[in-house]
Design a protein around this ligand. Structure first.
Ligand code: PAP
Length: 321
């Protein structure tokens, strides 16, 4: 892993290979990862300065893979002895405020952000497993990774960035999609390549199942109760038989559901520190929306590329529910 001194950072950033994200904003290649230039300082600082505690919970993902949902679920699981679902802080604060991004919310703003939260601290990142700060990999903290099929991930990302650019919600224009599509086929996308991001955590979850829990968006959609139980057990906060009988798991799943969170006043208004509106994190929440944006031949081409990259890993994705 490359170490960069803060004094030399600006100079160093100028030496990095650069490409354009599909909306024209620059991406820089650092540690085999395409970082948005706007957040790379935070990513470098996070890698170099963060010190994990054994009780930390790190939620990791490729962008647009279910991070917001995972934040809401994890927060609810570990704080359920403090708040009943009816008085959950999720009702008055967006999930991204309760669980900040290490690269964007914390280390982009300060080399030494205030991380003095009551344990367990729940924090999130998009950095590949291979390039996490050593203290995350070496301590007893837990990592939960959520991934999503690459076609829906890409479409969700396209629309997210497109809406920031134009502020409208029409189908993607064909020229933008063509350019962006060529890029993702080469792995040039925010925190990509997709395959490096997911495979780094997939392999870690196989090697260290007590350390890394690997979840898929499509599985959460299919059976949220089963996956909430897995999550709670993995984190060391298993549901008791009494809780199961009382319907606590169902209550948490309802609180964190797309329809519930999307309609909350707090998520319909306001702006995240990245500049995106809070509502932009809740769009459709479906499996298979790629079919409304990609032609069958585009989907087939990208899927074949990803399948080739995942070959032999045992990792598979569902493209429709
Ligand atoms: P981020 O990486 O920028 O935080 P992330 O939360 O990972 O984004 O992904 C956003 C996607 O999750 C959106 O998908 P879409 O564009 O296909 O609609 C968003 O709608 C979806 N999403 C957000 N919250 C939920 C939820 N509670 N349940 C299911 N899907 C959700």
């Amino acid at each position: 892993m490359e170490t960069v001194k803060e004094d030399n950072l600006q100079e160093f950033l100028l030496t990095l290979p650069s490409e354009k994200n599909w909306d024209g904003t620059p991406l820089l290649l650092f540690n085999e990862t395409w970082y948005p230039a706007s957040s790379i300082r935070g990513a470098v600082s996070f890698q170099q300065n963060f010190r994990a505690q054994d009780s930390d919970i790190i939620l990791a993902s490729m962008p647009k893979s279910g991070t917001t949902w995972l934040k809401a679920l994890t927060f609810s699981v570990v704080s359920r002895d403090r708040y009943s679902p009816k008085e959950s802080p999720l009702i008055t604060a967006p999930p991204h405020e309760l669980v900040p991004f290490l690269e964007v919310d914390l280390y982009l703003k300060s080399q030494n952000p205030n991380l003095d939260f009551p344990p367990p601290r729940i924090l999130s990142c998009h950095t590949h497993y291979t390039y996490l700060p050593e203290s995350i990999r070496d301590s007893n903290c837990k990592i939960v990774y959520v991934c999503r099929n690459p076609l829906d991930q890409a479409v969700s990302d396209f629309v997210f960035v497109r809406d920031r650019v134009s502020g409208i919600a029409n189908p993607l224009s064909s020229s933008l999609i063509d350019e962006g599509f060529e890029n993702i086929c080469r792995g040039v996308q925010s925190y990509g390549p997709f395959w490096n991001n997911v495979l780094s955590y997939w392999k870690a979850s196989l090697e260290r199942p007590d350390k890394v829990l690997f979840l898929k968006y499509e599985d959460l959609k299919e059976d949220i109760i089963l996956n909430l139980k897995r999550l709670a057990e993995f984190l060391g906060f298993p549901f008791t038989e009494e809780e199961e009988k009382e319907g606590v798991i169902e209550e948490i799943s309802r609180l964190c559901s797309f329809d519930n969170l999307k309609d909350l006043e707090v998520n319909r208004n306001g702006v995240h520190s990245s500049g995106f509106s809070n509502s932009a994190f809740f769009r459709k929440g479906e499996v298979g929306d790629w079919g409304n944006h990609f032609t069958p031949s585009m989907a087939e081409r990208f899927w074949k590329i990803v399948e080739g990259k995942l070959d032999g890993s045992g990792l598979t994705f569902k493209l429709s529910q």
